[in-house]
Write a protein that binds this ligand. Structure first.
Ligand code: 15L
Length: 267
């Protein structure tokens, strides 16, 4: 893997990866609909609106591998999610297939399975239980990944990312925190491991309070360095300032579950 395209370069994770991926691959092409404000002179950047298939074709040309972070990264109106995460994701996989790209790492999300209760530990083989239109779009991306792997032979890794940050910021994040360097390791497994065909990993660090069984990632050599428990006191102090959320606190997806929630009213 030498020529790597990373979409979503201007987002929070994209900006962190621009620092962490420096020097890891011989050529990295960064893309986003917005130009990152701190773009370095030596960085290759091509802007693209992922919902435009011709623009996607241009950014994918000549690449061996893709890290697809691009799209809308939280809940939003259907038109927004549809354009950025459904059409955009389809365009990336289809252009990759046509251009002969070998591997895709897809930034899925915990919100594809957000409606599992917090007292249930889940593996990667559970039925998806999205907690939002955004979560549905991530489940769609995983399904698309399976299709292009099984039917067309791409090597696809979907990472159900928890919460990337310098430290876990509340009680929920003690379970789902992902240290940026650990995300880098998961991405590298997806781009480099010889046995990848279609795999789903949980994007979490070595968190004692994890809700996810990440045996599949460990099987591929993932050795997370981050330990959420090291930050428990500060995360719980932050939690103490937050209002209770009876629905969100019950489910793994948190406020993505309580947002627009009215299931109880229907009996
Ligand atoms: C996500 O998928 C979002 O992209 C991120 O902004 C956080 O909300 C994260 O999930 C989370 O669940 O904390």
């Amino acid at each position: 893997m030498q020529n790597i395209l990373v979409t979503g370069a201007a987002g929070d994770i994209g900006s962190r990866l621009r620092r962490l991926l420096k020097g890891v691959y011989s050529r990295i092409r960064w893309s986003d609909i917005r130009t990152p404000p701190d773009l370095g002179a030596a960085e290759e950047f091509l802007p693209a609106d992922l919902s435009d298939d011709a623009q996607v074709e241009t950014i994918v040309a000549g690449m061996d591998g893709i890290v697809h972070l691009g799209g809308f990264s939280v809940e939003g109106p259907w038109d927004t999610i549809h354009k950025a995460n459904i059409v955009g994701c389809y365009n990336v996989f289809e252009a990759a297939y046509r251009a002969g790209v070998k591997r895709i790492v897809f930034a899925s999300s915990n919100h594809a399975v957000g409606f599992y209760p917090r007292d249930k530990k889940i593996g990667v083989d559970v039925t998806v239980r999205p907690d939002s239109r955004y979560g549905v779009s991530k489940a769609f991306g995983e399904a698309l990944g399976a299709l292009y792997a099984d039917k067309h032979g791409l090597r696809v890794t979907c990472i159900r990312i928890g919460n990337v940050g310098d430290a876990p910021i509340d009680k929920r994040r003690l379970s789902i925190w992902l240290k940026p360097e650990d995300l880098l390791e998961l991405i590298r497994i997806g781009l480099e491991h010889p046995d990848i065909r279609f795999e789903v990993f949980y994007g979490c660090s070595d968190n004692a309070a994890a809700w996810w069984d990440n045996a599949n990632a460990l099987r591929f050599g993932y050795r997370p360095q981050g330990r959420a428990e090291d930050y428990r006191a500060q995360a719980m102090a932050a939690q103490a300032t937050m209002p209770a959320d009876p629905v969100g606190d019950r489910y793994q997806g948190g406020s993505f579950c309580s947002d627009e929630y009215d299931a109880d009213r229907r009996g």
